[in-house]
Design a protein around this ligand. Structure first.
Ligand SMILES: NC(=O)c1ccc[n+]([C@@H]2O[C@H](COP(=O)([O-])OP(=O)(O)OC[C@H]3O[C@@H](n4cnc5c(N)ncnc54)[C@H](O)[C@@H]3O)[C@@H](O)[C@H]2O)c1
Length: 344
């Protein structure tokens, strides 16, 4: 049997491939290095694919996931797990290229679900969705402005947001998502439906900010990796809106791979999990810049306009995942993640 990973050259896909290869599994990867087409040379994942290909149990296909006929040749009844991470990941890119974004994020996911249902209905199917499916409803939370960050207030009137973060009860309706958020949400609902309606073993992982040393961070996607790459080169960094007090939680891609393994070992049908570093791993841009300065790295920052539907404060409540899979927890603190990325 084999594990199929789409987007295998990317941050989460490559971490997933490495985990399952280390467990002695056969891994089939699909990635056409579209990230380079989206973001230019800095988004190039070619070297990650090359290093995966050195592994004897890894097979690579440079296929566009939208190409039905090519995908049919790869998705066979020998597949036991599909981890679908290939996607267009940027809000800004999706606004410039809505059709391309929808065809990759929504349509290709639907096609892959159908292939899975027809060819390997026994397989576990995991989709890496995003917290952007909650849209800017997150910004209706009561926030407290502190010196260096925004934080959720203790008393919230919105279901799904507490001091522990955002959980899966937050509504996905009646808010602005960005086109990227909407295309991911279309796929997210479809993956749930194939679990609920057809009884397939599908899981939706709604991810917060995921990072790691292998992250090809660019200005439009991969905020922490990009910020640190600017810091290391002493290159200018633009903070978009919210005075730099916007908060995100950070989690390593390796921990997403471990969550995928946990779900694979004990799958459920049509489940949704918010997965992230959580309150303890949350920091604002200003706070992260302070941590970097504490490490002797100074930053050249300036301020730009806020991005549409961008979250002011978001950190993940992963307690549902931990309830279902008690062995899972974030492996690294925010400071440890920053040190890893800085290379100290
Ligand atoms: N990294 C994060 O912080 C984060 C947060 C929330 C959600 N996600 C979601 O998780 C998924 C994986 O994230 P990531 O950070 O690993 O992204 P990534 O960009 O590093 O990896 C995605 C990979 O998919 C490949 N790809 C894109 N379109 C393709 C296509 N049409 N055919 C074949 N390959 C294609 C790219 O070349 C890239 O290597 C994405 O769909 C993203 O929306 C990521």
């Amino acid at each position: 049997m084999a594990i199929l990973v789409t987007g295998s050259g990317g941050l989460i896909g490559s971490a997933t491939c490495k985990l399952f290869l280390s467990k002695g599994q056969n891994v089939i990867g699909i990635d056409n290095n579209m990230r380079k087409a989206f973001f230019g040379k800095k988004g190039d994942v070619g070297s990650t694919i090359t290093s995966l290909k050195e592994h004897a149990r890894y097979t690579h296909h440079y296929i566009d996931i939208r190409e039905k006929e090519q995908m049919e040749k790869v998705v066979t009844n020998t597949i036991d797990l599909i981890v679908h991470t290939a996607g267009q990941p940027s809000h800004d890119y999706s606004a410039l290229h809505p059709e391309e974004d929808f065809s990759i994020n929504a349509l290709a996911t639907f096609q892959l679900l159908e292939l899975c249902r027809k060819r390997c209905p026994h397989a576990v199917f995991i989709f890496t969705s995003t917290n952007k499916v909650y849209g800017d409803r997150v910004n209706s939370a009561a926030l407290e402005e502190q010196e260096k960050r925004f934080d959720f207030c203790k008393d919230q009137k919105i279901e799904g947001i507490t001091m522990c973060g955002v959980n899966e009860h937050l509504s996905i309706d009646q808010s602005q998502h960005s086109l990227f958020g909407a295309s991911k949400l279309s796929a997210d609902i479809m993956v749930q439906e194939y679990g609920k309606y057809f009884g397939m073993k599908t899981g939706v992982f709604r991810l917060g900010c995921i990072t790691g040393p292998a992250h090809a961070g660019v200005s439009l996607h991969g905020f922490l990796a990009y910020l640190i790459s600017c810091a290391k080169k002493n290159a200018p960094y633009i903070i978009y809106g919210h005075k730099g007090k916007q908060v995100r939680d950070q989690l390593l891609a390796d921990d997403v791979a471990l969550a995928a393994d946990a779900f694979y070992q004990s799958p459920r049908s049509g489940e949704v999990y918010n997965i992230g570093g959580g309150r303890e791993n949350a920091g604002s841009i200003l706070e992260i810049i302070d941590i970097l300065e504490g490490m002797g790295i100074r930053m050249d920052i300036s301020f730009g306009p806020e991005r549409k539907a961008d979250h002011i404060c978001y950190y993940t409540d992963s307690s549902k995942l931990i309830r279902h899979y008690p062995s899972w927890k974030p492996s690294h603190s925010l400071r440890e993640i920053i040190s890893l990325l800085v290379g100290q």
